[in-house]
Design a protein around this ligand. Sequence first.
Ligand code: PGA
Length: 234
Amino acid sequence: MKKVICKSYEEMSALAAFTIALQIQSKPDSVIGFATGSTPVGTYKRLIEMEVDFSKVTAFNLDEYYPIKRDNPQSYCYFMKEKLFSHINIPVGNINIPDGECDEPVKECADYDAKLERLGGTDLQILGIGKNGHIAFVEPAENLPLATGLVDLTDDTIKANSRFFDKPGDVPRQAISMGLRGIFNSRHILLLISGQGKAEVAKKLFAGELSTNVPASLLNLHPNVTVITDGSTD
Ligand code: PGA
């Protein structure tokens, strides 16, 4: 696991955007795994400013609340459009986000994994980390899911995400989330960590131990992970 400590959120975002741009320059038809949350917003802003050519890129998002309408401003579909996809030249047909409106989530999850597998996984997977150590919505638990599935959000995650909703009761209790297989089936994982609130979980990540209670700690097993921090957790 490579660790790069930046001096600020802006520097972290610029470095992450540069890494994504380099990936696309070296392979214009890259499959990029995108993440939501506040951490990658600056990265997406820089990517838009850099006018990176996304015309051949395929996007695969990590997760989506369930159930949620696509046009709900809290949906990850809406988030990705607003923060990135509406501002770049990626073909709409190349965008993959789990469907929070689907009637058959089990089928949706299986189809999502099958499509990602057909594409050969992601070339680059962008990740954030939850204060509780989750990656995507793979929440701390004794057993962790390999496949994409419908997951129950933990109270910690509901609390953390309630800041985006009018009231905590509005936060969906479930989500469709990529499992560990989809995340690990990436040739390069780029984990972004920002804010002092993540200091404790960052320490656990770098402690050199694996625990399913800190799902991100399993990233220590992946051969090509780059962690970029904004310096506030170190
Ligand atoms: P954040 O979320 O970037 O909003 O902190 C990260 C996550 O929960 O994975």
